[in-house]
Design a protein around this ligand. Structure first.
Ligand SMILES: Cc1cc2nc3c(=O)[nH]c(=O)nc-3n(C[C@H](O)[C@H](O)[C@H](O)COP(=O)(O)OP(=O)(O)OC[C@H]3O[C@@H](n4cnc5c(N)ncnc54)[C@H](O)[C@@H]3O)c2cc1C
Length: 204
């Protein structure tokens, strides 16, 4: 098999592409991950690092729960520490309508096991003494947290490589086109990567 042929070609080495490459390799699917620059340098490496379920649409919560479960065992799964800390996550409210909104979300999301705690008055001040007086309510999610975004996508890409994925950096894809049963992803320098499935995770 040629070096530029796989079951799946992934265009874009952010967190989406790198994690997908890893999980496909775990299922025995051959993968080539193509990245214009270096893995994880764009949005995936430059954000607040929140690992958060609180506040997501209820319809997203089953998926968020699966994801949170993975975060809890990531070190064992990928063999690297990307500094996930379940430090808790606080949503602050400033007006009565925020109180109502946070209380409703707590009630509606209860079946999903987020364990939200609605805090106000003395309890809120004692727990979070750094909050200003304008904050009148807090919704605390004890199991949410944060990770180090600088580490996340590169760690997943390295884990994918250890499982046999090809990660090709400094490779910009200009076109993806169909040829017979395959797709061809054509790089700016003329190299061609082929696969029956192409996943484009090239960012927003
Ligand atoms: C640990 C972590 C915490 C996060 N916390 C927050 C948060 O607190 N708040 C928040 O808003 N978001 C957060 N995010 C989400 C983040 O901001 C991004 O929305 C998300 O990581 C996007 O991932 P992506 O892989 O889709 O895109 P990107 O990271 O943008 O990756 C796309 C990649 O595709 C490459 N690419 C583009 N075009 C081409 C091409 N033609 N050929 C080859 N490659 C190409 C780019 O160079 C880039 O590396 C977090 C993400 C992580 C990993």
């Amino acid at each position: 098999m040629s070096a530029n042929v796989a079951d799946v070609v992934i265009v874009g080495g952010g967190f989406m592409g790198a994690a997908t490459a890893f999980f496909l390799r775990r299922r025995g699917v051959s993968v080539i991950l193509l990245e214009r620059g270096l893995v994880g340098q764009q949005a995936s490496g430059t954000n607040f690092g929140n690992v958060r379920r609180q506040g997501r649409f209820l319809e997203q919560l089953p998926l968020a729960n699966r994801s949170r479960e993975i975060w809890g065992k990531l070190k064992e799964l990928i063999g690297e520490d990307i500094e996930f800390i379940p430090s808790g996550h606080l949503r602050a409210g400033y007006r009565q309508q925020h109180v109502e909104r946070l209380e409703k979300y707590e009630e509606d999301s209860r079946p999903y096991g987020l364990g939200l705690q609605i805090l106000s008055g003395r309890l809120l001040r004692e727990r979070f003494p750094f909050l200003g007086p304008e904050v009148i309510v807090g919704s605390y999610a004890p199991y949410d947290g944060h990770a180090n975004p600088r580490l996340a996508a590169p760690a997943f890409a390295r884990a994918a490589v250890r499982l046999g994925a090809q990660v090709v950096e400094n490779t910009e894809i200009l076109h993806v086109e169909k040829e017979g049963v395959d797709f061809r992803a054509i790089a700016a320098d003329g190299r061609v990567f082929r696969a029956p499935a192409v996943l484009v995770t090239a960012g927003a």
